[in-house]
Design a protein around this ligand. Structure first.
Ligand code: NAP
Length: 485
């Protein structure tokens, strides 16, 4: 942390109503690369969370009645500051989360891009005039901010998962409270510092840090003054939070887990498929919701793809994300490593074969070797579960219909990928995949202009794009009558 150019970006208090709040106790933030304590952060609880909700409620009138242009100017300031401080924000992110510094810089730019994009899109919240059934009436539709938005975000993208939500919420005229994952609160607090410098008024963007996920979560899902709850995290936790939101009938959006198929057909450009598989699988040590989870390869190119993919994965450098030339950092914790290792060993017991890696890495207890498995079938633990680690199971297939059935045979529906150069097949597979997002000859698909989100048990709602604002807006119908002379 001593290498930060702007040390004021390192905050360790919650940010509520435009000021920094300490709590009676603190919790430790650990660098997953080496176990060092990098900060002690105020351990806010239910009382501070309620305070943050109250402050967001108080700020709502001021923020929602500003013009879209005024909000856009402040959000643009925020975007500019994030990009000016990209290096420092990335360093903080790598220290608390582990991903390589270059990836962390990419995440800051990606997160900031949502703030920039929605600052502009907020100017285009159009209403509608609908032809009325009788001449003395007019039907008018206006869109208004839903109100106070509460959110809970995960540790794997400590900046971007907040930026994606806050950008759309603030652009729509809502105020915002976030409880970041307790493993990665520092990136959220640095965003708050920059929001303040950008001139975003007190109470509009609040961050409460604490390790009582359940207690704080209850406030954020049940408080009557919160109109909308948005969550990114696991499907299991998401389901319980949806249930909690039912008591006050909140508008809810969920970005949950995935189990992405990555299909390589005989007619694919194999080198492009290898590159696509590497970026979509090994980014963030395999800890992304859109990570490739199952690689299906058609029989005719199975050996060719597997050989080239294995050679490329063997070249990846593993180590502390702050060191030069690192491609894969630590996983978030040793429990995460143990979970991944269990999926590997259980699948080996079921007949799978490890052809690369397959165990922890000598760099330390939080590191796992980039791993490739063959002889995998779609019902093995490594294929059924979201792996969330650097392991690629390869499943062979012969028939297009069979692979589509296997790819869709899961409860998740977030991202999917396939490689083919046959235009008919491209349309058939793209339309047949039961997923919210499909990468076609492309392994990296997310950006601010595109609608990110899942179907089935991967969630609901969309983040990014012109559709992303809808989750933060209410439609109001105005019926104007008595217009006859
Ligand atoms: P998680 O265990 O569900 O945790 C996510 C967040 O929920 C954290 O802030 C966590 O707090 C909090 N939380 C946990 N239990 C809670 C409870 N009972 N009440 C209220 N809050 C609770 O998920 P994770 O392991 O951190 O993140 C990985 C998951 O997120 C994966 O399944 C991944 O696919 C998904 N994800 C989805 C997307 C998407 O856009 N679809 C993006 C990124 C990640 P603590 O950390 O403090 O416990």
């Amino acid at each position: 942390m001593h290498k930060l150019k702007d040390k004021q970006l390192l905050k360790n208090f919650s940010y509520i109503n435009g000021s920094w709040h300490s709590s009676e106790t603190n919790f430790e933030v650990i660098n997953p690369a080496n176990g060092d304590v990098i900060a002690k952060v105020s351990n806010a609880g239910i009382a501070e969370t309620e305070l943050a909700v109250n402050s967001a409620k108080s700020a709502l009138k001021l923020w929602s009645t500003k013009s879209a242009n005024e909000r856009a100017t402040l959000m643009r300031n925020w975007f500019n500051l994030m990009m000016q401080h990209q290096d420092d924000l990335a360093r903080i992110l790598t220290l608390e989360q582990g991903k390589p510094l270059a990836e962390a810089k990419g995440e800051i730019a990606y997160g900031a891009a949502f703030i920039e994009w929605f600052s502009e899109e907020g100017k285009r919240v159009y209403g509608d005039v609908i032809p009325a059934p009788s001449g003395d009436k007019r039907i008018i539709v206006i869109k208004q901010p839903v109100g106070v938005v509460a959110s809970i975000t995960p540790w794997n993208f400590p900046n971007a998962m907040i930026a994606r939500k806050a950008a759309a919420a603030l652009a729509a005229g809502c105020t915002f409270v976030v409880r970041p994952a307790s493993q990665t609160p520092l990136s959220a607090l640095a965003m708050a510092e920059l929001a303040e410098r950008a001139g975003i008024p007190a109470g509009v963007f609040n961050v409460v840090t604490g390790d009582d996920a359940r207690g704080m979560g209850k406030v954020l899902t049940q408080h009557p003054d919160i109109a909308k709850f948005t969550f990114t995290g696991s499907t299991a936790v998401g389901k319980s939070l949806i249930a909690q939101c039912a008591s006050t009938v909140k508008k809810v959006s969920m970005e949950l887990g995935g189990n992405a198929p990555f299909i390589v057909f005989d007619d694919a450009d194999i080198d492009a498929a290898v590159q696509g598989a590497i970026v979509s699988k090994y980014r963030n040590a395999g800890q992304t919701c859109v990570c490739t989870n199952r690689i299906f390869v058609q029989q005719g190119v199975l050996v060719q793809f597997t050989d080239r993919f294995t050679a490329a994965v063997a070249e990846l450098n593993i180590g502390d994300g702050l060191a030069d030339g690192i491609n894969i950092g630590p996983m978030i914790s040793k429990n995460a490593v143990a979970d991944v290792n269990k999926l590997v060993t259980d699948s080996v017991a079921a007949g799978a074969k490890v052809i690369l890696g397959g165990s922890t890495h000598h760099q330390g207890e939080n590191f796992y070797q980039p791993t490739i498995m063959t002889n995998v079938s779609n019902d093995m633990p490594i294929a059924v579960n979201e792996i969330f680690g650097p392991v690629s199971p390869i499943i062979s297939f012969t028939d297009e219909d069979d692979v589509l059935a296997m790819a869709n045979d899961c409860e998740y529906g977030l991202a999917s990928y396939f490689y083919s150069r046959d235009i008919g097949r491209i349309w058939r597979i793209a339309e047949g995949l039961e997923y919210g997002m499909v990468g076609i000859n492309e392994g990296i698909i997310s950006n601010a202009a595109a609608p990110f989100g899942g179907i089935k048990q991967s969630g609901n709602g969309r983040e990014g794009s012109k559709y992303g604002l809808d989750d933060y807006l209410e439609i109001k119908y105005l019926c104007m009558g008595g217009l006859d002379k």
